[in-house]
Ligand binder design. Structure first.
Ligand code: HEM
Length: 288
């Protein structure tokens, strides 16, 4: 006799994925970086950072997808024309970082962790690739569309879409209809209950990798704000690397005011104040 499915475990993989990631989705929306973003509080620095991370992530994701394009555990979800983001992100990188963007873009720790996980899945456990594709592409086709408009407004970008190509899917006329098609393809994948369970776990992992990335980027931005505070000792500053060796410091945003000599040297300020007081008293005594 067939045992009924418990309420908490939907039959369709698409439903099960949505259910399994409900909690982590809320967590992702509530990450400080994302909360600020939704309020329109996104700086050029923050946006450039997250876009560079997304570039690295999609290069890895799509490389693994290409590796598995004919593998039945992934093939029904292969929609390069509609979904793939690498070319769009390359245009965004050139917009934000200039012609030599390849050498200029940062590569943060949390981004590396995400990339390593994608490579491990693509090469050793391709049956889990669906979890990563679901997390990113369906997310981009949902909340991503709102984020695009917020970024355009906050960063005063042209409505032509420059700088936010990543969020634009020219080969998808209706995101809602495409998501329906994608869900039905996910539901067509053959998998054992054991694999299915691992796919659900991997989707949660994918969300957590995104959350960790937001937390790291927020920390970098806060660190940067502290760097501008006069009380911050130079030795305490922490930077993220750019390029393979983690050695090049991140660029300073254009137009950021430099700290004045006075605000950097409290001792000098004291000496000047004291000299002024002594001079005032001396002039006072002289006049008397
Ligand atoms: C500001 C942050 C975010 C907002 C406002 C947001 C908003 C939304 C909305 C409105 C939907 C559509 C829900 C529906 O159609 O039922 C959605 C779906 C989705 N989001 Fe997000 N989201 C955010 C962040 C994220 C992040 C960081 C990820 C993962 C990296 C993500 C992954 C997804 C996925 C996979 C879906 C599809 C769920 C499904 O239909 O199975 N979202 N999001």
């Amino acid at each position: 006799m067939e045992r009924p499915q418990p309420d908490s475990m939907p039959q369709d993989l698409s439903e099960a994925l949505k259910e399994a990631t409900k909690e982590v989705h809320v967590q992702a929306e509530n990450a400080e970086f994302m909360k600020n973003f939704q309020k329109g509080q996104v700086t050029q620095k923050g946006f450039k950072l997250v876009m560079a991370s997304l570039y690295r992530i999609y290069v890895a994701l799509e490389e693994e997808i290409e590796r598995n394009r004919d593998n039945p555990v992934y093939a029904p979800l292969y929609f390069p024309e509609e979904l793939h983001r690498k070319a769009a992100l390359e245009r965004d990188m050139a917009f934000w970082y200039g012609a030599r963007w390849q050498e200029a873009i940062p590569y943060t720790q949390a981004t590396r962790r995400y990339v390593r996980r994608l490579q491990d899945v693509g090469r050793r456990q391709p049956e889990l690739l669906v979890a990563h594709a679901y997390t990113r592409y369906l997310g981009d086709l949902s909340g991503g569309q709102v984020l695009k408009k917020i970024a355009q407004k906050a960063l005063a970008l042209p409505s032509s879409g420059e700088g936010v190509d990543f969020f634009t899917f020219p080969n998808i006329a209706s995101p809602t209809k495409f998501k329906q098609l994608y869900r039905s393809r996910m539901n067509s994948l053959e998998m054992t209950p054991e694999v299915r369970q691992r796919v659900l776990e991997e989707a949660k992992t994918a969300f957590l990798l995104n959350i960790q990335l937001f937390e790291e980027l927020q920390e970098l931005l806060s660190q940067d704000a502290e760097d501008q505070s006069p009380s911050q000792a130079p030795g305490l500053r922490r930077r993220v690397g750019s390029g393979a060796q983690d050695s090049t410091p991140m660029e300073t945003p254009r137009g950021k005011p430099q700290l004045s000599l006075l605000s950097q040297a409290p001792l000098l300020r004291w000496v000047l104040t004291l000299s002024f007081l002594v001079a005032t008293v001396a002039v006072g005594l002289y006049v008397m």
